[in-house]
Design a protein around this ligand. Structure first.
Ligand SMILES: [Zn+2]
Length: 270
């Protein structure tokens, strides 16, 4: 599943082919993805794409009349290439540009979404309760500590909740908790300010590292064949069931927490 780093790398991949181009037409082949695709997106016909931005895992194709919002869901991906490129199964939507290129959205499982944000309208309801972006200064080193007081859920569930901070998916939560030396089952409200500061720094670090690595391994967004794919990372704990800790050689533990696979070192993480 594409997480925040993959979505950001997708943004970086498609941006050069879109910004400054005029939308000639939009072809909606599939009327319903996760939700109905709003025909309001056709209002962008004849308008220039000013920028391509990201909020959490939503991508925004911004024009002077509004923004087409795209979400990759579980299996979605985007490419920019000639409009004449033969269609493949699950190619649901094309944004055709006046230079003969198009942005094509493919999504096998259709958990992805295409939504509309009119210019100067209230933010889309899906965006209202999102916490700060982890890679900006809005996500300060004291943010998690301040929100966590009195919270009894596990720290792992707490940092994966988009209301606290967006984009800390399961892999990144596992890895950041390992690097910060915090056991994932500890109660969120019982962790000190200093430890939250360390955890916040590692959340920023693992996400930034993934984006950097993705930018080098996943840069061809114009390829016709296949899927640009999602990148694999150097992982300390995630997915290493039964393996030894790379730091202390203790056997790693794994357990479902909040219905998500959780991996940790019982010696390094307390
Ligand atoms: Zn260890």
């Amino acid at each position: 599943m594409p997480e925040l780093p993959e979505v950001e790398v997708s943004r970086q991949g498609i941006e050069p082919g879109l910004v400054g181009q005029t939308i000639e037409s939009i072809c909606i082949r599939t009327a319903k993805l996760r939700w109905d695709v709003p025909t309001d997106i056709l209002l962008t016909h004849g308008h220039v794409i000013r920028s391509v931005t990201r909020r959490a895992k939503y991508l925004f194709i911004n024009t002077d009349v509004g923004s087409v919002i795209l979400h990759l869901g579980m299996t979605g991906f985007l490419r920019v290439f000639a409009q004449t490129t033969p269609l493949k199964k699950h190619d649901h939507l094309d944004i055709n540009l006046s230079n003969g290129q198009c942005l094509r959205f493919n999504d096998a499982r259709r958990f992805g979404a295409c939504l509309w944000q009119a210019k100067d309208a209230d933010p889309h309801p899906l965006l209202l309760k999102l916490g700060p972006e982890p890679l900006t200064d809005d996500f300060s080193l004291t943010h998690l500590f301040e929100l966590s007081r009195g919270r009894t859920c596990t720290v792992k569930q707490f940092i994966m909740d988009n209301k606290q901070v967006v984009g800390v998916g399961n892999i990144y939560a596992n890895e950041a908790l390992f690097l910060a030396g915090i056991a994932p089952k500890r109660a969120a409200g019982k962790i000190s300010k200093a430890r939250y500061a360390l955890l916040s720094r590692y959340i920023k670090q693992v996400l930034a590292a993934a984006i950097k690595q993705g930018g080098t391994t996943l840069k061809d967004f114009s390829q016709v064949d296949g899927n640009p794919g999602y990148f694999s990372l150097q992982l300390n704990v995630y997915g290493r069931t039964g393996a030894e800790c790379l730091r202390c050689q203790t056997d790693l533990k794994s357990q479902m927490i909040g219905q998500r696979n959780t991996f940790w070192c019982p010696s390094c993480q307390t």
